[in-house]
Design a protein around this ligand. Structure first.
Ligand code: BG6
Length: 456
């Protein structure tokens, strides 16, 4: 049914954390922009009434982005609520009734993956899956085998074109800009290869810890939480070939090609860390060996990238909160004096706001041939009117536009890459909160040390 405008939005997990932090604010924003005017049915098993759900929605928008009285009132008019167990056919009978004459609902599963299968089964049995699309949230599997199993289950009910796998990084304007910037400027592409690029570094640092999500995080860890999905997506945008147009499936084909060129990680390519104090977090096993930090190194086997190391680093309780990519070029030769200038680089900040910078060496005033490092900088401060990632992705799912969603083969390739280094394949090293992770990460880092993003 893709490309058909959906006529209802159902979201499972309506009383949960994701709905509270992301979905209600995105729904209000869609109403505000005039792009949501179909029934919105929340489903959960909390024993709540519709009024309680509305109160929760109000609280959510008040705390996440702000209440717009008018848009919120219109959202409340669209809102319905079905309370019941996901294993109980009655819940889905009620849902079928709640959907009324809708023929093309979107079912968004903002629920833990262990209940996905149950919900798929009930959707099918109750007839709610007919003509429908499904949106699933990460984690999409726990490793390669479970991701394949999930895909098999999904395909037994839905066509691939009707399955929308959310990775909210794909909804970020800043992540989309990596691609846009590369392929819209003629000064980038000629040097974007192994002849000019010495290394690529992707850092996702977060100064906060697990923020009450201890029991989720302790079954997940940094590799599953952000590397297998968000950071490989960022890497894909940096490394992919230019597409011959913007046709969705071609773009998705080219994205998968990047991952196909990456050998599965080996333990010697990976260093895992855990911040001191993590084991005392509520919900965390006091003897946990789950990583809250990971540093890794990989290569892409392609004509463009052969031999160029890509480094990824991600962690909680690090020195600051920022996600940046640094593409370092080879050092220029020494012409003015004996010492070569420092290497030029491109720096892309993708969170918390867009920055694109080129590191250059510039002569200082005076007679001597002396230079200093400067950045040519494009800043794009966060614009409150810009579509947020969830708003954009929900909008796309309602329209049937899957370009910013991960396809089955992409998800499986990304699991294939990290699969051998999941769990305890490598030792865990403790690090102090507020630092850049364990010292052991230096051993696999770039020549000259890791680049630590600075936050002004
Ligand atoms: C989520 C992870 O997917 O992404 C979190 O589960 C992480 O652990 C978050 O903090 C980061 O997203 P953003 O948009 O704040 O960079």
């Amino acid at each position: 049914m893709s490309e058909t405008q959906a006529d209802a939005l159902v979201f499972f997990g309506a009383t949960g954390d994701l709905a509270y932090k992301k979905i209600f604010p995105a729904l209000q924003a869609l109403v505000q922009r005039g792009t949501l005017n179909v029934p919105v049915v929340g489903v959960a098993k909390s024993g709540w009434t519709l009024d309680q759900l509305k109160a929760r929605a109000r609280d959510s928008v008040e705390h996440h982005g702000g209440l717009d009285q008018d848009a919120f009132a219109r959202l409340c008019d669209l809102l319905r609520y079905v309370d019941g167990d996901y294993g109980d056919p009655k819940t889905f009978e009620q849902l079928r009734q709640g959907l009324g004459s809708a023929k093309h609902p979107v079912h968004y599963l903002a629920i833990p993956p262990d209940v996905f299968e149950l919900v798929f089964e009930q959707l099918q049995k109750s007839g709610c899956a007919e003509g429908a699309r499904v949106v699933v949230e990460k984690p999409l599997g726990h490793n390669l085998a479970s991701a394949q199993e999930l895909n098999r289950t999904l395909h037994s009910i839905f066509d691939e074109k009707d399955i929308f796998r959310i990775d909210h990084y794909l909804g970020k304007n800043t992540v989309q800009n990596l691609l846009f910037f590369r392929f819209s400027n003629s000064f980038v592409e000629p040097i974007w290869n192994r002849r000019y690029v010495e290394s690529v570094e992707i850092t996702m640092s977060e100064s906060f810890g697990v923020q009450g999500r201890g029991s989720f995080y302790d079954h997940t860890g940094a590799i599953r939480d952000v590397v297998q999905n968000h950071l490989l997506q960022v890497l894909t945008n940096i490394a992919m070939e230019p597409p011959p147009g913007s046709e969705t499936e071609i773009l998705r084909d080219i994205r998968v090609m990047v991952l196909r060129g990456i050998r599965s990680l080996r333990p010697e390519d990976v260093v895992r860390g855990q911040f001191r104090g993590y084991r005392q977090e509520p919900g965390v096993n006091p003897e946990s060996t789950v990583e809250t930090f990971v540093a890794l190194r990989l290569f892409i086997n392609s004509w463009r990238w052969k031999g160029v190391p890509f480094y990824i680093r991600a962690g909680k309780c690090l020195a600051n909160t920022v996600t940046e990519v640094v593409v370092k070029l080879y050092q220029p030769p020494a012409i003015f004096g004996d010492v070569p200038p420092p290497a030029n680089y491109y720096r892309f900040r993708v969170t918390p706001e867009l920055q694109i910078a080129v590191g250059a060496f510039v002569k200082v005033p005076g007679e001597e041939d002396r230079g200093e490092e400067q950045e040519l900088l494009i800043l794009h401060p966060e614009d409150p009117n810009e579509m947020g990632a969830y708003e954009e992705l929900l909008h796309d799912a309602l329209q049937g536009n899957c370009v910013h969603f991960a396809r089955q083969d992409y998800v499986e390739e990304s699991w294939r890459i990290v699969d051998p280094v999941l769990d305890n394949a490598t030792p865990i090293h403790e690090y102090e909160p507020g630092t850049w992770g364990p010292a052991e990460a230096e051993a696999i880092g770039p020549h000259g040390g890791w680049y630590n993003p600075r936050v002004e």
